[in-house]
Design a protein around this ligand. Structure first.
Ligand code: F6P
Length: 550
């Protein structure tokens, strides 16, 4: 009830503040940057380019307090089963907790288990890097192929890509996720069976895409190498909660890396699912990634609400989504190493918070999540930025930039950063028709042409954006950045009163696909009284026109 009152207060406040613009707020308050920015270690968050003032933040913090945010924080960290639909604790934070800490879940301290898997990973990585781990013909491993999808792919793929300057020069990493055989086929063409190690990453070890790719990879390996099934143990490792299925697949017990049902798929890169990261970058860097995330965990857990970076980011998201009714959130890293960060965040945010029922099973009262998308800068400026500047659709933006790049080329980074800063300024400030006219008046164009062009050269502006400026994109800071967004997503779920940790919306399509798969593979076509007319016809046309049969 109290929460509903805060919600109404925020609605009323929004009516007032939206009579003006963000640019006007800057004109009124010369100290705006200091008021609406904060730092956590090597990460600066400037959120002053949002349509907010001190009252907005005060009311949003009141909303957070009334949503029992502080209590929920403690519930997640302490291992309470807050994923109530699946009756599971949500403890990805335990995966980055130091060895000396203690966390009792179901009567057992889970931290030693976490560290024992980290040590198993360390041993494995050392053997691969030192060449002690050999393929069937006695050669050392040069290529690893991570086969997984969703959380068993996006996080590790994004981290390995983002941290390529730290990659071991002796190992080439590949990632295969798609059911489309093209991805696996192209990858297999680039590797030698005798020097390749497959990491089969799947929490359940039943996921269609992963098991199809893993089975194909296994058959390819046996055929190409001409070796017996015994050689599988030198070339396949698995990461899963389902040990029985890994054993059935032929993976040696020592090469199975276990994790736990309290690690959600999209939160699993910190677990053994991150083995591809550890092999690519080395265990030392993997531990730095964990340390950076742990530092952000401590900040989220301990910092007062008003100084809490993940919470502030969450509240700004709620403000833009629910009160300014902006449906879309663009993630624009001006750092090409983070080019996979938007797709990683899509799963984190949209699979967590794209929900229609609340914790009581009732319809959610407010819109949840955003349509999240993005692309690294400055590429986007030459594709969709026209839309951001002049379409009728409003988009909120998170810009992410680095101060010190990892490359050594001169003449790039100032230009890149100038473009990021200028875009956020232009998107916020816009350009009025009078300004456009003044600009045109300085040209040689005839005045009729100036009049014609002026409306085309105006920009509405008022686009809200956050700026995350990283001192460097190193393993530690990337760990903190990912954890920042994880906690943001969790805090928003608390405010919307939803369970951010299940994903039942992925099920219906998968169930129907089984039926269609049977109809396609049997070659008999759509069964009578199944499907709508469109789907039935498409199934039959596919079969009629198909030439190849594999
Ligand atoms: O897309 C649904 C999902 O269950 C994700 O939540 C998960 O990350 C992905 O599939 C892969 O699941 P698994 O790791 O069990 O193969």
């Amino acid at each position: 009830m109290a929460m509903e009152l805060s919600w109404q207060e925020l609605e009323q406040h929004h009516k007032l503040i939206s009579e003006g613009s963000i640019a006007e707020l800057f004109n009124k308050d010369k100290n705006r940057f200091n008021k609406f920015s904060m730092r956590f270690e090597g990460i600066l968050l400037d959120y002053s380019k949002n349509l907010i003032d001190e009252t907005t933040i005060k009311l949003l913090l009141k909303l957070a307090a009334e949503s029992n945010l502080s209590e929920w924080r403690e519930r997640i960290f302490s291992g309470e089963k807050i994923n109530h639909t699946e009756e599971r604790a949500v403890l990805h934070t335990a995966l980055r907790t130091p060895k000396t800490d203690k966390l009792i879940v179901d009567g057992e301290n889970i931290i030693p288990q976490v560290h024992s898997v980290l040590e198993q990973m360390e041993g494995f990585v050392e053997k691969i890097h030192s060449g002690e781990w050999q393929g069937f013909s006695g050669k050392r491993i040069t290529d690893i192929i991570n086969i997984g999808i969703g959380g068993s792919d996006l996080g590790p793929r994004m981290v390995v890509n983002a941290l390529h300057p730290w990659q071991s020069p002796n190992i080439t990493s590949h990632f295969v996720s798609n059911l489309d055989g093209r991805e696996l086929s192209d990858t297999l063409e680039r590797v030698e069976p005798s020097t390749t190690l497959f990491l089969i990453a799947s929490k359940t070890f039943t996921t269609l895409e992963t098991m199809t790719n893993a089975t194909t990879a296994r058959n390819w390996f046996l055929q190409q190498s001409g070796s017996s099934e015994d050689a599988i143990s030198n070339h396949f490792a698995a990461i899963s909660t389902n040990i029985d299925e890994c054993l059935k697949f032929g993976i040696a017990r020592d090469s199975i890396f276990h994790f736990w049902d309290w690690v959600g798929g999209r939160y699993s890169l910190w677990s053994a699912i991150g083995l591809s990261i550890a092999v690519s970058l080395g265990m030392k860097q993997f531990r730095k990634l964990l340390a950076g995330a742990h530092a952000m965990d401590n900040h989220f857990r301990e910092a007062p609400l008003a100084e809490n970076m993940p919470l502030i980011l969450a509240l700004l998201g709620v403000w833009n989504r629910n009160f300014s009714t902006i449906e879309s959130l663009a993630i624009l890293p001006y750092e090409s190493s983070l080019n996979l960060f938007p797709s990683y965040l899509q799963q984190l945010d949209m699979e967590s918070n794209g929900k229609q029922v609340d914790r009581a099973g009732d319809s959610v009262k407010h819109q949840t999540s955003s349509l999240l998308w993005g692309e690294s800068g400055s590429n986007g400026q030459h594709s969709f930025f026209q839309f951001l500047h002049q379409s009728q659709t409003r988009v909120a933006i998170d810009f992410i930039g680095t101060i010190n790049p990892e490359h050594k080329l001169k003449g790039h980074h100032h230009k890149l950063t100038a473009n990021m800063l200028a875009q956020s300024e232009a998107l916020m400030g816009g350009r009025s028709i009078e300004q456009a006219q003044q600009g045109l008046a300085t040209t040689d164009l005839p005045s009729s042409k100036q009049q014609l062009l002026a409306p085309y050269k105006t920009f509405p502006g008022n686009t809200p954006s956050n700026m995350l400026l990283l001192d460097r994109l190193d393993p530690y800071t990337l760990g903190s950045l990912i954890a920042l967004y994880e906690h943001k997503v969790f805090a928003q779920g608390v405010i919307w009163n939803i369970n951010s940790f299940d994903q039942m919306g992925v099920e219906l399509g998968k169930e129907l696909a089984k039926e269609v798969q049977y109809e396609l593979e049997s070659g008999n076509g759509a069964r009578k009284n199944q499907h709508d007319d469109s789907t039935r016809n498409l199934i039959n046309i596919f079969l009629e026109r198909r030439v190849s049969r594999h």
